[in-house]
Design a protein around this ligand. Structure first.
Ligand code: ADP
Length: 267
């Protein structure tokens, strides 16, 4: 795909020496009810990396992603996206997010969904149409290009979400549980698309509950618990450090809530 935001790339290059797709410094979020969801969290996601963020429910993953995508207002700290201030228009245009819930407009067809998204990012209509046309092929959606979202299969909706996240050619793609609840075949299809994207140089931040998915895809993994990063390394590095056979063992030793062991054991 051709870079659309060439002028931004140049600007970033001029600033120079930057190697982080995402830099979070002392990031905090306290919700109005007093819940501290992010607790002065520090994280660097290197440019070009395939980075996994793992942690139990309530650890702060959704809040972190929301803060990065300008959907949640942090109460402290700093966010930089390719060196640019988080929340700025430039930073936002460098991020694409495929959210967990298929939040598609039920009145729009596949093609319209993509073209509208292009408009949202300020693309000229003709450009958005051309880009949508190309991405429809990349995600094997051609046969359903004129079908409205409710008539798509679950697998097609997932592919459309991913296509929409990529339409404006973001340099950092955030995938929030992209394969939750999908069958094995579709999971492998989605992995194939995502891997290809990464090979083309896109930085990827992935959250998943499937530890084997993180181990297969991610070069580096950060474990988050109670709004803080508690460990960060390659899957092998984590296993060595925690003397664990599997990533699941690492997870259980570091961030698991202990819920499983508290559950009553059947006699
Ligand atoms: P995760 O995505 O890892 O499950 P979340 O970011 O959703 O974690 O939640 C982190 C903490 O913040 C949890 O304790 C959750 O209950 C709380 N939380 C999330 N959203 C809100 C909100 N809108 N208001 C109050 N508390 C919230």
């Amino acid at each position: 795909m051709q870079p659309r935001f060439g002028f931004l790339r140049e600007r970033v290059a001029i600033i120079g020496g930057m190697s982080s797709a995402l830099e979070l410094r002392g990031l905090s979020k306290r919700y109005d009810d007093g819940t501290l969801a992010l607790d002065s969290l520090d994280l660097d996601v290197p440019e070009g990396s395939f980075f996994g963020l793992l942690g139990p429910n309530g650890a702060g993953k959704t809040t972190l992603i929301g803060a990065v995508c300008n959907l949640v207002r942090p109460t402290g700290g700093e966010i930089k996206v390719f060196g640019l201030p988080g929340g700025s228009l430039e930073a936002r245009s460098m991020i694409g997010i495929a959210e967990q819930e298929p939040n598609l407009d039920r009145f729009l067809t596949v093609r319209e969904t993509l073209v509208y998204h292009g408009g949202y990012y300020g693309m000229r209509r003709q450009d958005a149409i051309a880009r949508a046309d190309r991405i429809i092929d990349v995600f094997d959606l051609r046969a359903k290009a004129d079908t409205r979202a409710p008539k798509l299969s679950g697998g097609m909706r997932r592919r459309l979400l991913l296509a929409r996240a990529l339409l404006h050619e973001p340099r950092l793609v955030i995938l929030d549980e992209p394969t939750a609840g999908v069958d094995v075949e579709l999971r492998h299809d989605l992995w194939r698309y995502i891997r290809r994207l990464h090979e083309q140089g896109t930085s990827i931040l992935l959250t998943t509950h499937y530890l084997e998915e993180a181990e297969t895809l991610c070069g580096e993994i950060a474990l988050i618990s109670a709004g803080r990063i508690v460990a960060r390394d390659t899957a092998d590095g984590l296993k060595r450090r925690y003397e664990a056979e599997t990533l699941e063992d690492v997870y259980l030793k570091t961030v698991a809530t202990g819920r499983a062991s508290q559950e009553p054991v059947a006699p």
